[in-house]
Design a protein around this ligand. Structure first.
Ligand code: APR
Length: 254
């Protein structure tokens, strides 16, 4: 494993443009559940059709709103872990770094990453069904209804989290830039995604087709592991600080 970590460190140290693609596993050590893990993934207990689709929201807006409030509370109590900090630290060492995340928790920004593309939106932001975007929790204070109503003048439409549900389009500016970055990078570091949800899961193929080197960090093999030139089997919080230490030449042979 130390040999693989040193190889990864060397690839990263020589990278000109690095894309870091993250999924729910990135935040697991901050106490935020993943989606598809057999025992404790959210979709093992909850029905994504009910909770993460527009049809589900129209059928039972209160259920969906209350579930997102519960998840937001979990996320608001969470802090970035050493893996998030290591990702942010890579910006100091490599000139062109962009984080492309499927996570809606904002923990990369909290850890200090500056260029973060949130493919699936943000659980801390809201929009109404008539298209008023960019609402914050502050805009909704004082409302007791679940879900609240749009506070914009003459609107009153239902408010929902500004996340991408199944069957919805990603923000076109965000996904276009994600594809461009993936085509332009020479190294892609993939952390904590099962690689089954597209278009996010297509990005590593773009990078691979353009001959980027692919490094994956995950305790389990994923749909993307066969693409990886280096597979670092372990958790983000354990592996990523070791990779940084190896970049500093501090990893000691065991
Ligand atoms: N460190 C790194 N990876 C981990 C860790 C960890 N500590 N713990 C688990 N993992 C890995 C799992 O092995 C799995 O491969 O994280 C991955 C989580 O996979 P999913 O639960 O499928 O999450 P993700 O790939 O982000 O899902 C994509 O699906 O439901 C939607 O919108 C949701 O953005 C989400 C999308």
């Amino acid at each position: 494993m130390d040999y693989l970590i040193r190889q990864a460190a060397s690839l990263l140290a020589n990278a000109r443009r690095l894309v870091i693609l993250t999924g729910a596993g990135m935040s697991k050590e901050s106490g935020i559940p993943t989606f598809r893990e057999a025992q404790d993934g959210l979709w093992a207990t909850y029905d994504p059709q009910q909770l993460a689709t527009m049809q589900g929201f129209r059928a039972n807006p209160k259920l969906v709103w209350d579930w997102y409030r519960y998840r937001l509370q979990l996320i608001e109590q969470a802090h970035p872990h050493p893996g998030h900090l290591a990702v942010a630290e890579l910006e100091q060492r490599i000139r062109g770094v962009v984080v492309i995340t499927q996570n809606v928790d904002g923990l990369h920004e909290s850890a200090g990453s500056h260029d973060v593309l949130e493919l699936h939106g943000s659980i801390r932001r809201f929009k109404c069904l008539r298209g008023h975007n960019g609402l914050t929790m502050d805009d909704l204070t004082g409302q007791t209804e679940s879900p609240p109503r749009c506070p914009r003048a003459d609107c009153d439409a239902l408010v929902r989290p500004d996340v991408v549900w199944f069957g919805e389009q990603l923000d076109s500016t965000v996904i276009q830039r994600a594809f461009l970055e993936s085509e332009a990078c020479d190294v892609m570091l993939i952390i904590g995604t099962s690689g089954v949800v597209h278009p996010a899961a297509s990005l590593p193929y773009q990078a691979w087709n353009r001959r980027a080197r692919i490094i994956e960090v995950n305790p389990q093999r994923s749909e993307l592991t066969d693409l990886a030139h280096i597979f670092l089997q372990g958790t983000a919080g354990q592996v990523l600080p070791n990779v940084l230490a190896a970049m500093d030449g501090e990893l000691i042979d065991r």
